[in-house]
Design a protein around this ligand. Structure first.
Ligand code: PLP
Length: 377
């Protein structure tokens, strides 16, 4: 099998797994207990918190552990909206973008039932939010703006340095879904109030993520769950020490290898793109004019070649059409639809994503498999 689906998830790095093992059955204390078992686990959790904070340039107290980026996004958006409503703030507008992950879009949409006003902005043909579109939406008093750093289908980056200024000038809070961005490119928290991270997108274990919550000036949220008040009252529940330790190590590895990974991964990606262009005259690169993640290759195959049929003829190749959440769906990717693609064009699009453990021979084999698949069609 050739795995070219690193944007849906990454394998847990062996180095990360090694660090996790003892925390399952040797050092099993509850990190919230006061005795020595608990203290040891708590120290490991705090070390991991610092490793994650370092990756994104935060203080460790600003990192709140969650079960993943889905929960972090829900907590950021619903938590902020509900807090401001509770203290009597009159702003109700919540702004986001049509190409966001479902968990952001659905969190924003769901707030309508609670009296908020969701506003979902369109993108251009390359998947970028136009700063003028954002400015216009912020003419009305706005509570929160949620913009992803990098898209999980196309790898397209939003222009955060410019967009974040507009959000701050309008006096709104800015939340950034960094699930795909963190650990893959350098990140900044300048003008960012809340940011979501996911461990399994950066070679850590699944089931753990974090929300960055700015302390200066302090961003306040209402928690989603009632309970023991762990994580500074924002996320009750016993922390899963092995997962937290793994996430911390994954963050440290990502920081250490950042520039090596960027160079290696974008080199392989460019190699693959070069070969695909030869194999499929007329193939198009989606998001071509936008800045993109190093491993991103979302392509539109020439007319008459449907992506799902190619995938069916190349079962040894793990790639996808849309995101993993909606892959089983036959409806076209809403991300590509938002970029103005017709259903027919979207049905020809394939998402290939390259990562740290992809080899040169994986790329060659993938090209051969695609060639055979198209010949069989
Ligand atoms: C994967 C992903 C999520 C969801 O993260 P989980 O940790 O799997 O819940 C959210 N946003 C983006 C952009 C993602 O790629």
């Amino acid at each position: 099998m050739i795995y070219l689906d690193y944007f849906s998830t990454t394998p847990c790095d062996k180095v990360v797994l090694e660090k996790m093992i003892p925390w399952f059955s040797e050092d099993y204390g509850n990190p919230h207990s006061v005795h020595a078992f608990g203290q040891k686990a708590s120290d490991a959790v705090e070390h991991a918190r610092q490793q994650i904070a370092t990756l994104i340039g935060a203080e460790s107290r600003e990192v709140i552990f969650t079960s993943g980026a889905t929960e972090a996004n829900n907590l950021a958006i619903k938590g902020a909206a509900r807090y401001f409503k509770k203290i009597g703030d009159e702003r109700r507008r919540i702004v986001t973008v049509a190409t966001e992950h479902k968990c952001v879009l659905e969190s924003v949409r769901s707030l309508e039932e609670e009296g908020f006003e969701p506003v979902i902005l369109g993108v251009d043909q390359f998947g970028r939010l136009d700063p003028e579109t954002l400015k216009e939406a912020l003419q009305a008093p706005t509570l929160l703006v949620s913009i992803m750093g990098a898209n999980n289908e196309t790898g397209v980056l939003q222009n955060l340095p410019v967009l974040s200024k507009i959000v701050k000038e309008a006096g709104a809070l800015l939340h950034v879904d960094m699930a795909q961005l963190a650990g893959k490119l350098p990140v900044t928290l300048e003008r960012v109030d809340l940011a979501s991270l996911s461990s399994h997108k950066m070679y850590g274990p699944k089931g753990i993520g974090a929300l960055y919550v700015r302390r200066r000036p302090r961003v306040r949220l209402l928690p989603l769950f009632s309970g023991g008040g762990q994580e500074r009252g924002l996320r009750s529940g016993t922390l899963p020490t092995p997962l937290v330790v793994g996430f911390g190590e994954a963050a440290e590895q990502a920081a250490k290898r950042l520039h090596t990974d960027i160079e290696y991964i974008s080199g392989l990606r460019d190699d693959l793109w070069g070969k695909l262009k030869v194999l499929f005259p007329g193939i198009e690169l989606n998001g071509a004019e936008a800045e993109r993640l190093p491993g991103a290759l979302n392509v539109c195959l020439p007319e008459g070649i449907r992506a799902l049929e190619v995938m069916a003829k190349a079962p040894e190749l793990a790639v996808s059409t849309g995101s993993a959440c909606t892959a089983a769906d036959v409806t076209p990717s809403y991300v590509l639809t938002a970029m103005g693609f017709s259903d027919e064009k979207a049905s020809r699009c394939l998402r290939l994503s390259v990562g740290r453990f992809t080899s040169k021979s994986d790329i060659d084999r993938a090209v051969t498999l695609l060639e055979e698949a198209v010949r069989a069609l």
